[in-house]
Design a protein. Structure first.
Length: 424
């Protein structure tokens, strides 16, 4: 199959008149300055986006947590209410709709930080991984890849408080229980099995070493100041330092949020090759704060992006928020180039898919076409689209060479209708 792009993001810049050949789900040739031919892709063609941090069930919270002016506690109460009522069938329906929404936004791979494991009373399902299998099936049926980051979640605080109420769904008792359950999970063509430790609040220090060396491994890190204060009180160090002591940091690890870091924390993340996933729309929705994105990037820390709680699902918004939040924090412009932001938005390697995220020969054939004719993008230089476009400007999406979005509509199902059905 040959596609012809008016403009395409190739090797870190916009090229014109690009012929893109695809076979068996891979790019076989990428030729700028080519003669017209093949299926036209008008507008700007980008690599597929990677949504590196998702809690699919949080999508049911959108627009429903702002009573009492939207306190954190309002949000958490609603989140636990949603978590309490899902089962494998209803979670499949919700996740398929959410992943369909991601596809419409140009996402071709999602990292699902999954901790909703068991029945509401904490007892396992007949299939102990029924909820995880539902997520893997949902991604398949939405046409995108998934890295299931099955999460170790054992306590409700740094000092080891037991899980209570709906939190009992999250726990496996101890590290051995989690290892036994997750040993039954298997990769599939569109799915990879990764791991996560929820946070230093939810995993006692005695168990941290048991996750060292796993990849991909994700962890919520220093999302709120209270986490840092609790860790200092119990362990006498920051969460980053605690993870480093136990060998958890490394090239296969991604720290999610990393909002409240010390200078030493940044140095540790840098020296170990640990990545950071920023989730700006959730971090502002929950009033968590603004992370040190530029300082991390300058230290050589690889950045990725996630929509996390899905206050919105829009990787353009996540990407430019990295720059715009830095402007608010520093009162200066010009921290990140468009290329740096797009690299973060297409960081499939953070999810274990090293062969995706570029329009290049041999890579997975993921493409996102962005119109240059909308009220947002008309007159915008293609190289500046990341600062102007939204998810509504995505017109066509290919994942592994398969067309999953055509003219702004999902090719397999009605996504808005699926969302309405799945979210009562």
């Amino acid at each position: 199959m040959r596609y012809f792009a008016e403009h395409a993001w190739v090797a870190g810049r916009v090229e014109r008149d690009v012929a893109i050949d695809v076979a068996d789900g891979r790019f076989t040739a990428v030729t700028p300055g080519a003669a017209p031919g093949g299926t036209p892709l008008p507008g700007l063609v980008l690599p597929g986006f990677a949504n590196a941090h998702s809690h699919a069930f949080h999508r049911a919270l959108r627009g429903r947590t702002h009573d009492d002016r939207g306190s954190f506690w309002t949000w958490r109460e609603r989140m636990y209410e949603v978590a309490a009522r899902l089962d494998p069938d209803s979670y499949y329906e919700l996740a398929q709709a959410v992943y369909g929404e991601m596809a419409l936004a140009g996402v071709t791979c999602v990292g699902e930080f999954h901790y909703l494991h068991h029945n509401p009373d904490g007892t396992p399902y007949a299939d102990p991984n029924a909820m995880g299998h539902a997520l893997v099936a949902a991604a398949r049926d939405a046409g995108i890849r998934i890295t299931l980051l099955d999460t170790l979640y054992l306590t409700s605080g740094v000092d080891g408080q037991p899980l209570e109420g709906v939190q009992r769904r999250f726990g496996d008792g101890d590290l051995d229980g989690w290892l036994a359950r997750t040993a039954a999970l298997r990769d599939a063509g569109h799915a990879r099995i990764g791991a996560a430790l929820h946070s230093v609040r939810a995993v006692p220090a005695a168990f941290l070493t048991g996750l060292a060396g796993r990849a991909p491994l994700h962890v919520h890190l220093s999302e709120q100041r209270a986490e840092n204060e609790a860790c200092q009180a119990v362990h006498g160090c920051t969460p980053t330092e605690l993870l480093h002591r136990h060998g958890v940091l490394g090239p296969g690890t991604t720290a999610v949020h990393a909002t409240h870091l010390t200078g030493k924390d940044v140095d540790l993340l840098s020296s170990t090759g640990t990545g950071v996933c920023l989730c700006p729309t959730t971090e502002r929705d929950l009033a968590d704060g603004i992370g040190p994105a530029r300082r991390l990037a300058d230290a050589g820390v690889p950045l990725s992006l996630g929509s996390d709680s899905h206050a919105v699902i829009d990787l353009f918004e996540e990407a430019r928020a990295v720059e715009l939040d830095e402007r608010l924090a520093t009162e200066r412009r010009g921290h990140f180039t468009a290329g740096e932001l797009l690299t973060a938005a297409t960081a499939h390697a953070s999810l274990g898919w090293d062969d995706a995220g570029q329009i290049a020969v041999g890579k997975r054939a993921d493409l996102v076409t962005v119109t240059l004719d909308s009220v947002r993008t008309a007159g915008v230089d293609p190289s500046g689209v990341v600062f102007a476009a939204t998810n509504a400007d995505v017109t066509h999406v290919l994942a592994d060479g398969r067309l999953i979005v055509d003219a702004g509509r999902h090719t397999a199902f009605d996504v808005p209708a699926a969302l309405r059905k799945a979210i009562p």
